[in-house]
Ligand binder design. Structure first.
Ligand code: ADP
Ligand code: MG
Length: 446
């Protein structure tokens, strides 16, 4: 009975940081295990709610992996059972209450949902995740600064917040600041205006951990860059930790002083890439789990397939689907998801084809689509044909030769000529321009 828990514990050690293990997991004593459930006792009720809120899923997953069974996890308080437990009495006295911790996190402006536990690791973010974990365990010692970079909605803010959360919950005495670069700028401007620079510098230079989100927005702000340069040096020189996020590589941020740019690369640059399908599915499952919602596999795969990379967008889709299911009392399904996302999907997936264009143009010029594709040289047909070629060039991704062949096997130079000719006509003739705009509108707003 104990060995399965020891093995699960070993697995958990690879998934949680040392602090979480010693504070929350090792105090769990496995008292009993049956075919369907496993009973743990913990020092007090506070432990129960904290573990349930933060670690239950990962514990039950680990146990399931070791035992091959989905066991119900029953957690009880040793206080209730009057089990004498000297070894934990100190810890429970010292352990701050859940409210204290929540309050502390709130004051720091850190989103309490953005933790390491809720961060799904996939090949796209494995490196950045490992670096962030390492930084959270040894502030100022492993990578300084840690520069997290990646596209919009890929989890930069989440990962950086997770470091702040882990540090703040493990050591209240650590001085932490988490700001966006805009907040940093505004605070500095206000400090200048109200003659508070001494306080501003004290706040920003006397820190254990400084986290600045979206540092690319310092671009072009010379005075802020200057101040940040000194802040950076002061924190760096006292071996305290700096973490920055950016949607661009340091070398690609425009209008940033060279001395700052080079400092961004002093520590470690960790990038977050685009998630693959499995990671997207795992994130959807994790988010649903946080909302006490079981997401069917087919729906998870369907949703994951609708978004190329932006996880914020993906989570937005999930919320929409869950909301519709809850509001209408209908279970979540692929069909329901299609309805919930109808407008968005329509907008994203509708690609305009040459045939869409030809049929619209034909209607407007009162000819047949087959006339447009024909070789007829009369102006009656050649003008709409040229308009169609021009619009195809503008509204599709096709090359000149591809457009030519879609218009009944025309040469690519014919398409080039047509596009140029129509462009010129639009420039010179207002009523013709209005006509083309009306056709374009018809095509794009189906
Ligand atoms: P960024 O700062 O890169 O624009 P965020 O950190 O704000 O992106 O992430 C956008 C959303 O996606 C958030 O809801 C975040 O929790 C979620 N998210 C991103 N990556 C992950 C991940 N690996 N695991 C779980 N949720 C993620
Ligand atoms: Mg962000």
């Amino acid at each position: 009975m104990v060995s399965f828990w020891e093995e699960s514990l070993a697995l958990l050690r690879t998934r949680l940081n040392e602090h979480s293990i010693t504070t929350w997991i090792t105090p769990m004593v496995c008292e009993e295990v049956t075919d369907t459930r496993v009973v743990f006792t913990v020092p007090n009720n506070f432990f129960i709610s904290w573990i349930k809120d933060n670690y239950l899923k990962i514990i039950s997953d680990s146990i399931c992996q070791i035992t091959g069974k989905e066991l119900f996890i029953d957690i009880r308080s040793r206080e209730d059972h009057s089990i004498p437990d000297d070894s934990f009495s100190d810890l429970s006295n010292q352990t701050p209450t859940q409210n204290d911790i929540a309050e502390h996190i709130k004051k720091l402006n850190i989103n309490p949902k953005y933790t390491f536990e809720s961060f799904v690791v996939g090949s796209c973010n494995q490196f950045a995740h490992a670096a962030a974990r390492s930084v959270s365990e040894q502030l100022g010692k492993s990578y300084n600064p840690l520069f997290i970079y990646g596209g919009v909605g890929l989890g930069k803010t989440h990962l950086m917040s997770a470091v702040g959360y882990a540090v703040a919950t493990s050591d209240r005495s650590k001085n932490i600041v988490f700001v966006t670069s805009e907040e940093f700028t505004n605070e500095m401007i206000n400090a200048l205006r109200f003659d508070q620079m001494v306080n501003f510098r004290k706040k920003y230079r006397d820190l254990d951990l400084l986290m600045i989100d979206d540092i690319q927005f310092l671009s072009g702000k010379e005075r802020t860059q200057e101040e940040f340069f000194h802040t950076f040096n002061s924190i760096y020189e006292s071996s305290k930790q700096i973490i920055l996020t950016s949607d661009r590589f340091p070398g690609d941020i425009p209008d940033i002083e060279q001395r700052l740019r080079s400092r961004f690369s002093w520590g470690l640059i960790a990038d977050i890439g685009k998630p693959d399908l499995e990671t997207k599915v795992a994130i959807l499952k994790r988010k649903s789990f946080e909302d006490n919602f079981i997401l069917p596999d087919d729906v998870a795969y369907f949703l994951a397939g609708q978004v190329e990379s932006n996880i914020r967008e993906l989570v937005g889709y999930l919320i929409r689907v869950i909301a519709m299911s809850t509001l209408q009392g209908i279970p979540v399904s692929v069909n329901l998801s299609k309805i919930a996302l109808r407008e968005i999907l329509h907008r994203n997936t509708r690609t305009i084809t040459v045939d869409d264009i030809i049929s619209n143009v034909a209607k407007s010029f009162n000819v047949k689509p087959s006339d447009i594709k024909s070789k007829k040289k009369h102006k009656l047909y050649s003008l709409p044909r040229q308009v169609g070629m021009y619009l195809s060039r503008n509204l599709t991704e096709l090359s000149y030769p591809e457009i030519g062949s879609a218009f009944g096997g025309k040469d690519h130079s014919t398409v080039v000529y047509a596009a140029k000719k129509i462009e010129k006509k639009i420039e010179l003739d207002n009523s013709f321009r209005n006509l083309i705009e009306a056709i374009r509108k018809d095509i794009t707003e189906i």
